[in-house]
Ligand binder design. Structure first.
Ligand SMILES: [Zn+2]
Length: 91
C-alpha cells in the first residue's frame, strides 16, 4: 500500500488548506471531523462496522490496516468515501 507516499498520510497532508473549514486538512479532519462530509462518514461507518462484524472504534488503523480477511471490503468503503468526498483524485 502507498501509505508512505500518499498525501493521506498525515505528514504529507499538512500543507493542503481545506477551503470550507479554513484549516489545514489532515486524515483525521477528512475522515473523522469535517462537518461537510458527515453524510458520507455515516455511510463509511456503517459499511466498516458491517465488515468487522463486531463493535469497534473506527480510527485510522481500522480504516487503513484491517485484517486481511476483510481488507478488500473495508478498502472499498474507504475508496467510496474518498470518491464521494471528492478526494479520490488527490491521493
Ligand atoms: Zn472540513
Amino acid at each position: 500500500m502507498r501509505l508512505r507516499v500518499t498525501r493521506l498520510h498525515g505528514d504529507y497532508y499538512k500543507n493542503v488548506l481545506y477551503p470550507q473549514c479554513n484549516i489545514h486538512n489532515t486524515f483525521e479532519h477528512l475522515f473523522f471531523i469535517c462537518p461537510k462530509h458527515a453524510e458520507q462518514r455515516l455511510e463509511l461507518s456503517a459499511g466498516v462496522i458491517a465488515a468487522y462484524k463486531n463493535p469497534l472504534i473506527i480510527n485510522r488503523d481500522s480504516l487503513l490496516m484491517p485484517p486481511s480477511g476483510i481488507a478488500p471490503v473495508v478498502r472499498l468503503h474507504v475508496f467510496k468515501f474518498l470518491r464521494d468526498t471528492g478526494y479520490l483524485d488527490k491521493i
